[in-house]
Design a protein around this ligand. Structure first.
Ligand SMILES: Cc1ncc(COP(=O)(O)O)c(C=O)c1O
Length: 356
């Protein structure tokens, strides 16, 4: 019998993400080029500069700099705000990427102290912000990935950001999935970004690029970011394979988010009908959500493998255990659009039967 991972990678259909990742994206990105630009060098050259200018324009920010990773970009952004305020303290959600996935980079490399806002299983609120002492910056992650991609209501977000401004706190947006939020807010990227002093956007995740991130803000802020980038490992000699594929993926999928979101809502309705299943949030506010299952990880894995062997469709994403529940993070992309409805219904029925 195949392992769960093996079965997912050989399934013909998937209810998660984009088509199996392919290195063909490199040739697709090259084929899409209308000119034959020279390679960038150490962060300069038309390939990188034109893309940075384009994203600055779309996000309504003065300047942008392309980074190999969001991890690098955000630690740098937060360090700059702390230096500017001469206060090495900032506040963010207890489950934000910097707190749980970056091996304490902020603390170890930059000696920045962090204040956790609210509780791990919910969004932070105005009431949580009001308990914070002085901080240099508050980081907002939209959507909040680790709790199923939840989003505060627009008015609450505006109120919280205004409150930060009134206390002199800078605000940074972890917008790894910024474009995914736009259909829910019914706003443009620039309208959302206007709330924040600095913004980071990722080109993989729902956009499906190879890797890469953009950090955007004022020209003065970005000049400082360039210096810190050099300190953090400097510009790679050539970044064009990442820049070109990021640009290609951005053009390909930036306007698809509302379709992905509709699919997420429909899929949540189907999953919530299965006994012992509960999606978080109940109704998704973007193309991602988490599924909490009252069955053991082993049981869920075995049932999913059986479904894949019978119907050739992978129904969930990776599995983990949290608070005694089996959890899967699911996000809708191109692959989900290709799964025939009847096949999905039959596969879900089989999954429900297998789990009893
Ligand atoms: C919300 C969020 N922020 C930041 C990052 C870091 O991005 P990168 O992998 O480019 O370092 C991720 C990556 O998964 C993320 O999900």
């Amino acid at each position: 019998m195949k392992t769960y991972r093996e079965a997912i990678s050989s399934a013909a259909y998937r209810m998660r993400g984009h088509l199996p990742e392919s290195i063909r994206i490199l040739s697709d990105a090259l084929d899409a080029l209308e000119t034959d630009p020279l390679p960038d060098q150490y962060g300069t050259g038309s390939v990188i500069e034109n893309f940075q200018a384009r994203i600055s324009n779309d996000l309504g920010k003065e300047q942008s700099v392309f980074f190999p990773s969001g991890t690098m970009a955000q630690q740098i952004a937060l360090r700059i705000w702390c230096d500017e305020m001469q206060l090495m303290r900032l506040a963010y959600h207890p489950l934000c990427h910097l707190e749980i996935h970056e091996q304490d980079g902020l603390k170890e490399l930059h000696h920045i102290e962090t204040v956790l806002l609210g509780e791990a299983d919910r969004l932070f609120t105005m009431a949580d912000l009001k308990t914070v002492g002085n901080v240099a910056c508050v980081l907002f992650e939209l959507p909040q990935r680790e709790i199923g991609g939840q989003l505060p209501a627009w008015d609450d977000l505006v109120e919280m950001v205004s409150y930060c401004a009134s206390r002199g706190f800078h605000t940074h947006l972890d917008g790894a999935r910024l474009l995914e939020c736009l259909p829910f807010y019914e706003k443009t990227a620039a309208e959302v970004c206007a709330l924040f002093d600095s913004v980071y956007l990722s080109f993989y995740k729902s956009l499906g690029g190879v890797t890469g991130a953009m950090l955007s803000g004022t020209a003065a802020f970005m000049e400082k970011a360039k210096i810190w980038k050099r300190r953090h490992g400097r510009d790679l000699y050539h970044l064009y394979p990442y820049v070109l594929t990021a640009g290609y993926a951005y053009d390909l999928r930036k306007d698809n988010m509302s379709g992905y979101w509709s699919h997420a809502k429909a899929y949540c309705r189907q999953l919530n009908r299965i006994k012992g299943f509960r999606t978080v949030p109940d109704v998704p506010v973007c193309n991602m959500f988490h599924l909490h299952m009252e069955h053991s990880l082993e049981k869920v894995e075995a049932a999913l493998v059986n479904v894949m062997e019978t119907h050739d469709v992978s129904l969930l994403g990776g599995l983990s255990v949290r608070d005694g529940k089996t959890v899967s993070e699911i996000w809708m992309g191109d692959s989900c659009m290709l799964v025939p409805e009847e096949l999905l219904d039959t596969a879900l029925e089989m999954l429900a039967r297998e789990l009893g």
